[in-house]
Design a binder for this molecule. Structure first.
Ligand code: ATP
Ligand code: PRP
Length: 212
């Protein structure tokens, strides 16, 4: 039996059709259920539904053999103590620096608001730029509008959220998609079932028809 930790919200929604194609079908509506562990048809696996930022922790410690989570979360988590073998091609977006449209920050030292503090620090330090980091937990787009920050680091897909708030994308930090991650010990101890699932997923991804 495999435990698969999945980030709730957008990733769970997009991962369910992919998992269904691989024969992993939850016994109840995973998006609506209040249960945190959801068994699947034929007892193939358990789906564990948690906050995105907790997925790497569950997989690192082996509480879940497998995890499904965004590359943004993995980059923010830092040192990878698990394998990251498959790009599931869902949850595709970009991690970007953005700011108020047509407005260059007046000061040399800018204030950057984000929930991605580690990624942002690494990025600005690599560029040798001076900055103050303002840690937020969501709705980063608001920060420049109320004078809390000059720029933000956030995920951008269509760009509609930036546009709606008078912001513009400035720099690309990374392209993001959802990844399968695997606990290192489980890869040895449960090799057969994990490899079987991975091969299955790879051919479904190649086919691509689970994508909308
Ligand atoms: P939490 O509330 O748990 O901090 P969240 O609200 O950021 O999470 P979601 O918005 O559901 O969670 O995003 C989950 C993941 O989906 C992100 O980590 C990222 O990999 C991906 N993602 C986020 N926004 C987009 C988007 N606009 N388009 C495509 N993928 C996205
Ligand atoms: C994400 C992200 C941006 C938005 C970008 O938020 O944090 O705000 O999507 O997408 P767009 O470029 O297509 O507008 P989400 O919609 O997941 O809401 P959240 O604030 O709950 O994370």
């Amino acid at each position: 039996m495999l435990n698969i930790a999945i980030a709730k919200g957008r990733i769970l929604k997009e991962a369910l059709p992919l998992l269904a194609r691989a024969g992993i079908v939850p016994l109840e509506d995973a998006e609506k259920s209040r249960k945190l562990i959801i068994p699947t048809k034929n007892n193939v696996a358990n789906i564990i539904i948690i906050r995105a930022t907790d997925v790497p922790t569950y997989v690192e410690y082996g509480a879940a053999e497998l995890g499904i989570v965004g590359k943004d979360v993995l980059m923010e988590y830092g040192d990878q103590k698990f394998f990251e073998p498959i790009d599931l091609k869902i949850g595709q977006c970009r991690l970007m620096v953005a700011g108020i449209k047509n407005q260059t920050p007046k000061s040399h030292r800018i204030r950057v608001a984000t929930k991605f503090s580690n990624i942002t620090k690494r990025y600005f330090v690599e560029q040798g730029r001076q900055f103050d980091l303002i840690k937020l937990y969501g709705s980063m787009e608001l920060a420049p509008l109320v004078g809390l920050a000059d720029q933000i680091v956030d995920l951008v897909d269509t760009g509609n959220t930036l546009l709606a708030n008078g912001l513009e994308p400035l720099e690309l930090i990374a392209t993001i998609s959802t990844r399968l991650i695997v606990n290192k010990a489980a890869m040895k101890l449960k090799r057969e079932s994990i490899m079987m699932l991975m091969e299955n997923l790879e051919s479904i991804i190649e086919d691509g028809s689970y994508l909308k």
